[in-house]
Ligand binder design. Structure first.
Ligand code: LMR
Ligand code: MN
Length: 388
């Protein structure tokens, strides 16, 4: 049975055939079933081989819950196998079942307190799910320092630096970033996006002309009052006016809300009904409306809001802000430059570089945020890069 599964598996790869792959998966699982029914019939080593490949191929096909069930069955047979347990924890993380993931890694760490894989993943869950920065920093740094397989990943370095910054330990954070840069995991200590195209011009602040999109930006500036009026009308719509809270756990205090018009290269028709003129100004300009790695949205920052220092996910876009309502006491930091918006004026930066935002005034700040493709990207890249 195992031999048959291997053959189907190889054929699937050779022919790039999902049908064959699904048959391979079923056959591998047949080995696991057989081992359950007749424990003496299947040598343990063979069971392990079949089950691990079965899990791997299921995950490749996106059958995450099926894979998890095989993992659970396997773990019952090999309760002392720490790698199996860790892999199951990882499955829970990938399925966003963080409570279950925590339990698995806690079990591992109770028995094997120095297991690097469990340490980094436990830290990762503490950061992303529990927002426990102190705990996350402790586990992530111990895990990374173990240098064990599975611990040297850009997301762990990025996450460790991030929690250290939030804990006010900037110097330590930049040490972590610098180490990641040395290992080729991050582009630079300040430009820390993880989804990148290599050869793009890296520059935190951009002039209108440098983007080559200056005519488009000028047209938006010339129409800024009309854009502002549409945004204000939406803000005044009762009671759930369609502005949504930011969900990425980037705020320290206050409220930061968005009203999206385009996202990942698509027009959000239901929202554009409420901002028809703004959407019309954007729609025919493909570098903005077709930017699959960005959005166009109204962004509102209430008084008393602080958005933590952070970096965007990709270097493939530039982020333009058109100031619409700009009270006193608001500012944006990009690396070490402090920027103040101006009503009716567009400011452009590359949000893959570290930035931070404050509204320490008494009134709401409103901007139209327009992401555009990085001008160095070819047409082919704009068509084929995955959406973010
Ligand atoms: C950001 O990109 O994080 C901020 O500039 C967004 C905003 O609304 O200021
Ligand atoms: Mn940002």
């Amino acid at each position: 049975m195992y031999g048959r599964a291997r053959c189907l598996d190889s054929l699937a790869e050779e022919e790039q055939s999902n049908t064959k792959l699904d048959r391979a998966i079923l056959t591998y699982r047949g080995v696991v079933d057989l081992a359950d029914e007749h424990p003496t019939l299947v040598p343990l080593k063979l069971l392990l081989l079949a089950a691990e490949r079965c899990i791997d191929r299921m995950q490749f096909r996106g059958m995450t819950s099926k894979a998890l069930r095989v993992q659970q069955r396997l773990l019952q047979r090999f309760p002392e196998d720490v790698n199996l347990r860790n892999k199951m924890g990882l499955s829970y993380v990938m399925m966003s079942q963080y409570a279950a993931a925590k339990e698995v890694f806690e079990t591992v760490l109770n028995k094997w307190p120095n297991n690097g894989f469990a340490l980094v993943h436990y830290g990762y869950v503490l950061r992303t799910h529990d927002q426990n920065n102190t705990g996350a920093a402790w586990y992530l740094s111990r895990g990374i320092e173990s240098r064990e397989e599975g611990t040297q990943d850009s997301r762990f370095y990025y996450g460790l630096g991030d929690v250290l910054q939030r804990l006010g330990k900037s110097q330590e954070a930049y040490k972590v970033y610098d180490e990641a840069v040395e290992k080729g995991m991050l582009m630079s200590r300040y430009q820390r996006s993880l989804y990148n195209v290599d050869r793009l011009t890296s520059r935190p602040l951009w002039t209108h002309e440098q983007t080559t999109y200056h005519l488009f930006f000028r047209n938006l500036e010339q129409n800024w009052e009309l854009i502002r009026d549409e945004a204000i009308a939406i803000m005044n719509m009762p009671p759930q006016n369609g502005f949504l809270m930011e969900r990425e756990n980037l705020r320290e205090t206050g409220e930061w809300k968005m009203f999206e018009l385009f996202s990942r290269g698509r027009k959000l028709t239901a929202n554009c009904v409420n901002a028809p003129q703004t959407c019309a100004l954007i729609e025919n300009f493909a570098p903005a409306s077709g930017c699959k790695r960005g959005q166009v949205k109204f962004s509102l920052l209430e008084p008393g809001t602080h958005v933590h220092s952070h970096t965007g996910p990709t270097n493939c876009r530039l982020r333009a802000h058109l100031g619409l309502v700009v009270p006193d006491g608001v500012r944006l930091r990009v690396i070490d430059e402090i920027i103040k918006w101006e009503e009716g004026k567009i400011f452009i930066f590359d949000d893959s570089f570290e930035h931070e935002v404050w509204n320490e005034g008494n009134e709401t700040r409103l901007v139209l945020l327009i992401d555009v493709w990085h001008p160095d990207l070819t047409e082919h890249e704009r068509r084929t890069l995955d959406a973010i």
